[in-house]
Write a protein that binds this ligand. Structure first.
Ligand SMILES: [Zn+2]
Length: 202
């Protein structure tokens, strides 16, 4: 199982083949461009159905919708020694998912739990949904110890999640300092104790 493919600037397939000759399927935690850029080299591709329109409307070069299959909440990706449960965590995008390995007590969190900048502006992002997803993961956090995000430092510990939730609450209450974003983008940057948010007050 490969999770996400970056911007497509690296030879992901070659890198995968250095690790294994076994058949490989791809899971996209969500379909922001920095997670799907190398998708063309993989088939099948799994994602939550709530991501499919976004993916289809800006299909990465060389990709085909025929390769895409739905992955619903509660499904188990059974790799034998590893069993990953799909957890739906909308907010960063409508169909963002996380993958929970209960026996190994680890969580692959995509962008929604990380200590870098979390994109929360623009189409498809939703702060109340994101906060609900964080509460859902706090309720599950006695089932995992390590968190493996797509950006920032890794692994993180499960106890970072309440800090991210608190950060979103401080952001929405206007308590975080507004900074310019790291690159020109139609948003501002807000940093809490454990992560950053790229957000735009409408
Ligand atoms: Zn993303």
């Amino acid at each position: 199982m490969l999770v996400d493919t970056g911007f497509g600037t690296l030879p992901i397939l070659d890198m995968v083949r250095e690790l294994t000759n076994l058949p490989v399927f791809l899971v996209n935690t969500h379909t922001d461009r920095d997670h799907t850029g190398g998708n063309k080299d993989f088939n099948p591709v799994y994602m939550h159905p709530a991501e499919m329109d976004h993916y289809k409307n800006a299909l990465p070069d060389g990709c085909q919708m025929e390769h895409v299959h739905p992955l619903w909440e509660g499904e188990i990706l059974d790799l034998g020694h590893w069993k990953f449960e799909v957890i739906l965590t909308p907010g960063h995008t409508p169909g963002s998912i996380m993958l929970l390995e209960r026996e190994k007590r680890m969580l692959i969190s995509g962008d929604s739990i990380q200590n870098g900048d979390i994109y929360m502006f623009g189409a498809g992002r939703n702060m109340p949904a994101y906060q609900s997803s964080l509460k859902k993961m706090i309720a599950l956090s006695d089932t995992f110890d390590s968190v493996w995000p797509s950006h920032g430092d890794f692994p993180l510990k499960a106890d970072i999640i309440p800090g991210i939730l608190q950060g979103t609450q401080e952001l929405m209450a206007g308590k975080l300092t507004e900074e310019e974003p790291p690159r020109p983008m139609p948003c501002k940057r807000y940093v809490c104790d454990v992560a950053g948010f790229l957000y735009r007050f409408e």
